[in-house]
Ligand binder design. Sequence first.
Ligand SMILES: Nc1ncnc2c1ncn2[C@@H]1O[C@H](COP(=O)(O)OP(=O)(O)OP(=O)(O)O)[C@@H](O)[C@H]1O
Length: 211
Amino acid sequence: MAKLSLRHVSKRYPNGFWAVKDFNLEMEDGEFVILTGSPKCGKSTVLRMIAGAEDVTEGILELDGKPINDVEPKDREIAMVFQYYSLYKNMTVYDNLSFGMKLKKCSTEQIEAAVKEAADMLGLEELLNRRLKILSEGQKKRVALGRAIIRKPKLFLFDDPLNGLDEKVQVQIRTEIEKLHERYGTTILYAAHDKDEAKKFDAENNRILLF
Ligand SMILES: Nc1ncnc2c1ncn2[C@@H]1O[C@H](COP(=O)(O)OP(=O)(O)OP(=O)(O)O)[C@@H](O)[C@H]1O
């Protein structure tokens, strides 16, 4: 879990365009904040700066009270789910889920326990030996979520993750995100393209912030 703070954060792209101006956000440990606003107001840019995919032009980003403006993306303990970490389509679900832990040279027992936990939660047990390329879009999204869960990040970022998915899959993924928050209490910042989408989450567990 983590406390996130953005103070007077602005982003000017190299072409001179100010995509974000003086943005402020305080998130408590374990909070679930849904960020919404008009199209192109800069939601993705904010998420990308937090993940480290874009530099911050002005202002301070802090995670647990420590500035992270200059911390490498891989060292931020932040997962930008579905976009930032691509999946390997020729590998099995098990190999996709365990990939990061293998790189870190975790023991087989640790890897098996972590994969089992994520697979149980996301209903992927029956699919562990299937190659990714034969899965449905919704199943692939669940694998991507599983891979982020296994990393045990301090903060999850979701950038309009339901965009382009059919209604049934949207309902499934929304439920998985709520389950994830309930189970692990990890801090979540979620960019929704409009207020209607934001309101589809159970209002008791989150705070909607208008950009
Ligand atoms: N690399 C870039 N260079 C210049 N301008 C950019 C760049 N990336 C984004 N922008 C511009 O910054 C503004 C904010 O974009 P951003 O994608 O952050 O908004 P958004 O709120 O996520 O949009 P959407 O509602 O479409 O998801 C837009 O006008 C966009 O065209």
